[in-house]
Design a protein around this ligand. Structure first.
Ligand code: URA
Length: 242
């Protein structure tokens, strides 16, 4: 692998930044200063250091994004900005992709990674990974709706698995409700369709949890950060190389 590509992949900086860093003589390959971006290194055998600190190659990266409304959970789109447009060059260089989809007008937790095996496990219907949503609804949601959710709502093309609807607040004067919905499936527009089946409409939808990952309240809308060591430990339940 080219040295500049390796350093970008390790999160040292963007390609342009890495070129400058190399020119300044702060990178060594096997204890010798290396200024050429083009030189090829063996990322396993060679010892690369930046400012005297060893640089390690990361095969997989994991980002927790607080997705804003108005961006698409895809890697490319001809019309709209995608979640990848929110990431810096280092993250994009690792070729991450979103684990599952949120609608363009849904906000909240989205995991981005280049670990295909993990994504496969987290999205597998057999794994029943639980997702928690907070929704604002036009209309008053009732205990009867909760019972329907618990029994499994019948939609036109499929019957949903039993799901949990918790009514957080209802406002009779505005005819609005705030609810929490927990589902272990991830069909297209599922939450909106389940609420619509009860004769009401989701006006705001936020995902706050996916499996063991919880939306970080310190993360502003549109911001992202790497998963921390604790979160990575939690992902071990999926039994794939992390
Ligand atoms: N359910 C929906 O209807 N939309 C989402 O974005 C996620 C779940």
């Amino acid at each position: 692998m080219r040295l500049d590509k390796f350093l970008v992949a390790c999160g040292i900086g963007s390609r342009t930044e890495v070129k400058k860093i190399l020119k300044s003589g702060r990178v060594t390959v096997n204890q010798l200063v290396e200024k050429s971006a083009k030189v090829h290194i063996d990322e396993i055998k060679d010892q690369i250091a930046y400012q005297g600190e060893p640089v390690r190659y990361e095969k997989f990266v994991y980002y927790l994004l607080n997705k804003p409304k108005g961006v698409i959970s895809a890697t490319e789109d001809s019309k709209h900005r995608t979640v990848l447009d929110l990431l810096d060059a280092t993250a994009r260089q690792k070729e991450v992709f979103p684990v599952g989809r949120l609608d363009i007008d849904t906000h909240g937790l989205l995991l981005l990674t280049n670990n295909g095996a993990l994504a496969h496990e987290m999205l597998s219907p057999k794994k029943h990974v639980e997702k928690l949503y907070q929704a604002e609804v036009a209309g008053i949601m009732t205990q009867e709706d909760s019972s329907r959710f618990a029994q499994g709502i019948e939609l036109k093309d499929f019957t949903c698995q039993p799901a949990d609807l918790e009514i957080v607040e209802v406002d009779d004067s505005t005819q609005m409700s705030r609810v929490q919905i927990r589902i272990a499936e991830g069909k297209f527009h599922q939450v909106k369709r389940m609420v619509a089946a009860c004769g009401k409409e989701v006006t705001d939808l936020q995902r706050v949890r996916m499996g063991p990952l919880v939306l970080d309240e310190g993360l502003d809308v549109g911001d992202y950060r790497r998963l921390n060591a604790r979160e990575l430990e939690l992902l071990a339940i999926f039994g794939v190389e992390l």
